[in-house]
Design a protein around this ligand. Structure first.
Ligand code: SF4
Ligand code: SF4
Length: 320
């Protein structure tokens, strides 16, 4: 899809003295590996350089968004809880992984993957006492998201966050009832973990040029939540669905991003070469437009029913 006449990248708001660049906080051009630092949207209580803009973003939210946010905060009180004293023994982690994925699907999950937790998936200064991450993806309603950038799409984004968080919470409760510790992590306000690196390692998709994840099922038209646990589970492997092949030549998101925030080539970020979005340019437009999301909706992978065809076509082109 294409977005007709998006608002211009001109702002009636701004900082008198701009805060530290979000790109520096994110580690753009840093050759050494290190963990990520919080930059926007976080629920840790720590003060961040871009807090004022984050506050402004919260205040201009329409009621439909606020309603889902409040319900999400309320349900997240169940993200952890007591663990049943009787522990279900796990002799076959692969069978348990299949069972857990089925439970997640029965609760409403669209896609589910499992990975061991690794260092780069944790924020600096944060540790978690768990071994595994179960990452859950839930599709957004494309007919609502076609309205980006607009309050209507913002309401759908928050509805999806609330719903995928609900699935993660109920899955964590199911695991605790089996006698294993588990904690659900919802979105968009992050605390300990980065959902996208976990989701990529869990085989849900690949990172696209627009800085979001692309899955073959939903493109980028989905939201994530995660359950951390010690329940013994077989893990999934990262996938290659051809995203890098298409992003190497496609410019759709780069051209359609009104503030021109998307780098056309990979950048060095915290010691890794990867696709990257200029935080300082994106966040101003993101705030003005209730969460923007143009780049994820114009991406050809987000066209319903197109992902599997794109994957097959792109992978077939590699054959000699
Ligand atoms: S979300 Fe950010 S990167 Fe994506 S189109 Fe909007 S401004 Fe550009
Ligand atoms: S719009 Fe094109 S370049 Fe951007 S993420 Fe999607 S496939 Fe990659």
């Amino acid at each position: 899809m294409r977005v007709k006449n998006p608002p211009p990248a001109k702002y009636a708001f701004g900082y008198k003295r701009p805060p530290q660049s979000g790109n520096a906080i994110n580690g753009l051009n840093e050759p050494e590996k290190r963990r990520a630092r919080h930059v926007f949207h976080n629920a840790t209580g720590e003060s961040l350089p871009w807090d004022a803009l984050d506050e402004f973003f919260s205040q201009i939210n329409v009621w439909g968004v606020v309603k889902h946010m409040l319900a999400n905060v309320w349900q997240m009180r169940r993200q952890e809880g007591p663990v049943a004293p009787q522990q279900v023994q796990v002799d076959d982690p692969a069978a348990m992984a299949r069972d857990i994925k089925q439970v997640a699907k029965n609760l409403g999950a669209g896609i589910v993957g499992i990975t061991e937790i690794f260092d780069e998936a944790l924020y600096e200064g944060h540790e978690v006492p768990y071994k595994y991450a179960i990452v859950i993806g839930l599709s957004m309603d494309r007919s609502e998201m076609e309205h980006v950038p607009h309050e209507r799409a913002a309401v759908e984004v928050m509805r999806a966050y609330r719903e995928v968080s609900r699935i993660a919470i109920e899955l964590s409760e199911h695991i605790r009832d089996m006698g294993w510790p588990a904690r659900a992590y919802g979105n968009p306000n992050s605390t300990d973990i980065l959902h996208i690196p976990l989701a990529i390692n869990a085989g849900l998709g690949e990172l696209g040029k627009h800085g979001s994840m692309i899955s073959k099922e939903y493109g980028s038209n989905f939201r994530l939540a995660t359950v951390l646990t010690d329940l013994p589970l077989a893990v999934d492997a990262p996938v290659d669905i051809g995203v890098q092949d298409l992003c190497a030549t496609c410019q759709r998101c780069v051209l359609d991003c009104p503030p021109q925030a998307i780098f056309p080539t990979k950048q060095i970020v915290r010691g890794e070469e990867k696709w990257y979005v200029d935080f300082d340019k994106c966040i101003m437009y993101f705030t003005k437009t209730y969460g923007c999301a143009i780049c994820i909706e114009v991406c050809p992978w987000s066209e319903p029913g197109r992902g599997s065809w794109l994957m097959e076509t792109l992978l077939a082109k590699r054959k000699p």
